[in-house]
Design a protein around this ligand. Structure first.
Ligand SMILES: Cc1cc2nc3c(=O)[nH]c(=O)nc-3n(C[C@H](O)[C@H](O)[C@H](O)COP(=O)(O)OP(=O)(O)OC[C@H]3O[C@@H](n4cnc5c(N)ncnc54)[C@H](O)[C@@H]3O)c2cc1C
Length: 388
């Protein structure tokens, strides 16, 4: 058991930190006020090859593991970029895992290099308004017509669809009534986001203004057969394969945003004098901050345990789910503690912690809720009956 990062991993963290240092809090505050995708950060990370950190070397990636990818994403969030910075590149890092694992050589060669080079952006279109977390009930239909599929349906919350060129899309190819199990009959596609056939309508939301989330209205989108990943009807299985990496990355980012808030709160607690001494000299201020630090550290251990298991090819479902739950709650608690530590100034945008608090809800809600994680642990780890 070794809890230390290797020199290479530490060098990676320093290199990503140096890029993030070009984007101070004021940059993120401006993005939060005005929106506008953080293209310069995306371009900087692409230029230095970071977008392909976990992609296969034969297609221009660095071929590193989940541990390195999690460290990179955590560093971005912890820099103060929070979920705006992390979400701007998140999809690049492991979103195309189904293509890497289940795509064919031609597809990998066609799709991965432009994404790694930052020439294309992708979005991940799974969630639907009428299905929610019950993914097998999704109603978007892809009907085969010769060498293509024709798609009709609606998606919700699809992040980066305003700027994306491509879309990873899960749709039903065989009606629910005709399959033996609800998980069958769904297919996965990676295809052009054809705005002539897909209306992308932005959802006004609580935080992360610069990285959009959207309703998609898909009306007659034509997808060539060559854009289907793997076999027809096995899309749910392919998506499941990517769920653990997704949870680990989100968890790493959640620890990162919590650390960003904690750092700003501790600095303020040391500088702000009331009743003739720094507010940070009072245990009422110290203890919640100390508790937030401990919670973040504990969650972080679970994040990197899950990442190590994944990299070793071991089952990591319980750890990945536990990491996502613990990190999201710890990140949120650190952010709300930071706001309360700053008192009135915690509520002022210029001190940045209220922005981090608003963004810290994202890893709690997405890609899966705390309730559904507890259902998973109760059923798969504790052996209790399935409750949903
Ligand atoms: C900022 C943001 C970005 C997102 N980006 C993307 C994206 O890029 N692509 C994408 O596909 N999706 C995206 N999502 C969607 C996200 O993954 C979903 O919002 C999330 O999975 C929850 O689904 P839902 O909102 O439909 O909740 P619902 O399924 O409607 O559930 C609502 C609440 O009820 C609870 N609940 C439901 N059933 C049960 C049960 N049986 N037991 C206990 N509790 C239950 C849930 O836990 C939840 O708290 C994003 C969401 C947000 C907020």
């Amino acid at each position: 058991m070794d809890f230390a990062f290797t020199p290479d991993q530490l060098a990676l963290r320093d290199a990503v930190s140096r890029i993030c240092a070009r984007y101070p809090d004021e940059y993120w505050l401006e993005r939060d006020r005005e929106g506008g995708f953080p293209e310069p950060l995306h371009a900087d990370l692409a230029r230095d090859g970071w977008l392909g950190i976990a992609m296969p070397p034969e297609h221009g990636g660095a071929g590193l593991g989940m541990t390195e990818a999690a460290l990179m994403m955590q560093t971005i969030a912890a820099s103060g970029a929070g979920f705006t910075g992390a979400s701007a590149v998140h999809m690049n890092i492991f979103g195309l895992n189904p293509v890497v694992v289940f795509g064919n050589d031609e597809q990998r060669a066609r799709w991965l290099p432009p994404l790694i080079a930052g020439r294309q952006k992708a979005c991940f279109a799974v969630t639907e308004p009428d299905a929610g977390l019950d993914t097998t009930k999704l109603g978007t239909r892809a009907v085969r017509q010769g060498d293509e599929y024709v798609v009709h349906g609606r998606k919700i919350w699809i992040s980066t669809a305003q700027v994306a060129d491509k879309m990873l899309l899960l749709a039903r190819t065989t009606p629910l009534s005709e399959v033996a199990k609800p998980t069958q009959g769904l297919s996965l596609f990676y295809t052009d986001l054809d705005r002539g056939k897909v209306e992308v309508r932005e959802i006004e939301k609580m935080g992360r203004k610069a990285v959009d989330s959207n309703m998609l209205f898909i009306d007659g989108l034509r997808i060539p057969l060559a854009d289907r990943i793997g076999e027809e009807g096995r899309g749910f299985e392919y998506i499941l394969h990517g769920l653990n990496p997704e949870r680990i990355l989100i968890a790493a980012e959640a620890v990162g945003i919590g650390r960003a808030a904690l750092e700003r709160a501790v600095r303020y607690a040391g500088e702000r004098h009331v009743f003739g001494r720094p507010i940070g000299q009072n245990q009422g201020i110290q203890h919640p901050l100390a508790q937030a630090w401990m919670q973040l550290e504990a969650a972080d251990l679970m994040v990197f345990k899950a990442a190590s298991l994944y990299d070793a090819g071991e089952p990591c479902g319980p750890s990945a789910n536990a990491a996502k739950y613990l990190a999201a709650e710890a990140g949120y608690n650190a952010c709300q503690t930071a706001v309360m530590t700053l008192g009135g100034m915690g509520y002022a945008k210029e001190y940045h912690v209220e922005r981090l608090l608003r963004e810290s809800f994202i890893p709690r809600i997405a890609p899966v809720s705390p309730q559904l994680i507890m259902c998973f642990i109760a059923e798969k780890v504790l052996g209790l009956p399935k409750s949903y």
